[in-house]
Design a protein around this ligand. Structure first.
Ligand code: PRP
Ligand code: URA
Length: 213
C-alpha cells in the first residue's frame, strides 16, 4: 500500500444504505431530504472520526475509579462547501458540538464545470485544527480540490473529506491533487453524465436541500 495516498472509505452500513435509498428517490420532498442528509452526515462522521487521538484519564465514578479515554488531539473544524455542504453541518455537530465551522462558497460554472469561488470565511486558527470538509456530492472533484487547497493555504495539515455520493472521476481527481486526504462517502456511483452530474446520483443536492427547483 502507498502510505502517502489518502484512503477511500465507502460506508456499507445498513442504516446508511436505507437512508440513501430515500434521498435518491426523485419523489422525496425537501423536508425529508434535508432531515436524512443530516442523519447520514452523522453516521459518516461517526466513522470519519474513528482515528481521532485519545489519551488515558482516570475518572471517579460514584462507585470507584474508571480508566477512561478522552479526546486529546488537535481541536476540530468543519468546513461545508456552500450551498449543499450546509445540509451536513448539524448532523456532524451532533457528534462534535465544539467544532468551529468555516464556510467556503463555490458554484460550478454549468458550461465549464469549473468551480467559481464567491465566499470564504475560515476560523482564524484553522491551521492548528483537524479539518473535515463537507459536501454531499463529489462529481468532477473540482470543488473539493479547490476547497481543500484554500484550507491548506491557511496551514491546516490534517484534512478529511466527507461526501454522501461520489463519482469515480471525483475520487481519482481528489486523490491526485491531495494524496494525503482521506475520503469518507456513503456511496460510490457509476460515472458522470455529459453535464457533470453523478449517475445515478440524486440530482442537484443544493436544489433538493433548499427546495430551489
Ligand atoms: C454541487 C455540489 C458540489 C459540487 C460538486 O454544488 O454540492 O459542491 O456541485 O461538483 P464537482 O465535484 O464537479 O465540483 P453546486 O456547484 O451545484 O452549487 P450549490 O451547492 O450551490 O448548488
Ligand atoms: N452536484 C450535484 O448537486 N449533483 C451532481 O450529481 C453533481 C454535482
Amino acid at each position: 500500500m502507498d502510505c502517502n495516498k489518502g484512503q477511500v472509505f465507502i460506508m456499507d452500513h445498513p442504516l446508511i444504505q436505507h437512508k440513501l435509498s430515500i434521498i435518491r428517490r426523485k419523489e422525496t420532498g425537501v423536508k425529508e431530504f434535508r432531515e436524512i442528509v443530516s442523519e447520514i452526515a452523522t453516521l459518516i462522521a461517526y466513522e470519519a472520526t474513528r482515528n481521532l487521538q485519545v489519551s488515558e484519564t482516570i475518572v471517579a465514578t460514584p462507585v470507584g475509579l474508571a480508566k477512561c479515554h478522552e479526546l486529546s488531539g488537535k481541536k476540530l473544524a468543519l468546513v461545508p462547501i456552500l450551498r449543499a455542504g450546509l445540509g451536513m453541518v448539524d448532523g456532524v455537530l451532533t457528534l462534535i458540538p465544539a467544532a468551529k465551522v468555516g464556510h467556503i462558497g463555490l458554484y460550478r460554472d454549468p458550461a465549464t464545470l469549473k468551480p467559481v469561488k464567491y465566499y470564504c470565511k475560515l476560523p482564524n486558527d484553522i491551521g492548528e485544527r483537524e479539518v473535515f470538509v463537507l459536501d454531499p456530492m463529489l462529481a468532477t472533484g473540482g470543488s473539493a480540490i479547490d476547497a481543500i487547497r484554500f484550507i491548506k493555504d491557511e496551514g491546516a495539515v490534517k484534512i478529511t473529506l466527507m461526501n454522501i455520493i461520489a463519482a469515480p472521476e471525483g475520487i481519482a481527481a481528489v486523490q491526485k491533487a491531495h494524496p494525503d486526504v482521506d475520503i469518507y462517502c456513503a456511496a460510490l456511483d457509476e460515472r458522470l453524465n455529459d453535464h457533470g452530474y453523478i449517475v445515478p446520483g440524486l440530482g442537484d443536492a443544493g436544489d433538493r436541500i433548499f427546495g430551489t427547483k
